[in-house]
Every structure is written in C-alpha cells, then in structure tokens.
Ligand binder design. Structure first.
Ligand SMILES: [Zn+2]
Length: 116
C-alpha cells in the first residue's frame, strides 16, 4: 500500500500513514494526538514512496535510525536524531537523549510499590 506523510501545518511535526489514498491518510492522521486541533487546520499530506516497503507505519526507532527523522526526548524534550550518539530507547517508540534521561523517565513513571 502507498505511504504518506501527514504534517501538522503549524508545529511541523509529522506522522507516516499507510493508506490507499491521500484523503484516507489525512483522515487517519487526524485521529493522532499530534493533530488534536486539526479539525480547524489543514494538514499537509505528501506521498512518501520511501515508506511503501512498510506494511504498517514505521516505528519511531525505524524513522530515527533509518530515515533521518528526529523526535523529542520523552524526558527533557530535546531533539534526538541519528547523530545523537548516546540515544537510548524503551521499546521502539520511546526515545531519550541518553542513559540519564531514560533513567529519570523510568523513575518518574515507576508505579508506587505498596507494602502489605
Ligand atoms: Zn533528554
């Protein structure tokens, strides 16, 4: 199936959507958190042949490691890209600048432990 990038017109963030048409890609992207205000805006939809090989949208890890995209660190918000040598991951979707940001994120999001 063809792939598209759908870009938020103001904040320049984008998602990859695998859909049959640009219109369907736009509709699918509007359901994404990134586009929460897009019923009032017009997202920029572009054909993205480099992602046609994916059966479903590539993970954040694939976008950073193979396609040169950047994302915000899940802890501090700094940009993380393939040239961020110390980047660390939790799974394939949560990226961090370095070990320390990942550790701080894990500590912050850890569930409280209850004593019996
Ligand atoms: Zn960070």
């Amino acid at each position: 199936m063809p792939a598209f990038t759908v870009e938020h017109p103001r904040n320049r963030q984008a998602v990859v959507v695998i859909e049959k048409t640009a219109g369907k890609a736009r509709a699918a992207a509007i359901g994404d958190d990134l586009f929460c205000d897009c019923e009032f805006l017009d997202p920029i939809v572009k054909r993205a042949k480099e992602f046609d090989k994916y059966k479903k949208a590539p993970t954040v890890k694939q976008l950073v490691d193979r396609h040169g995209w950047w994302f915000e660190c899940n802890h501090c918000g700094d940009s993380v890209a393939d040239h961020t040598e110390d980047r660390k991951w939790i799974g394939n979707y949560q990226v961090f600048c370095n070990y320390w940001c990942r550790a701080a994120y894990r500590k912050k999001s850890a569930k409280p432990k209850w004593r019996e």
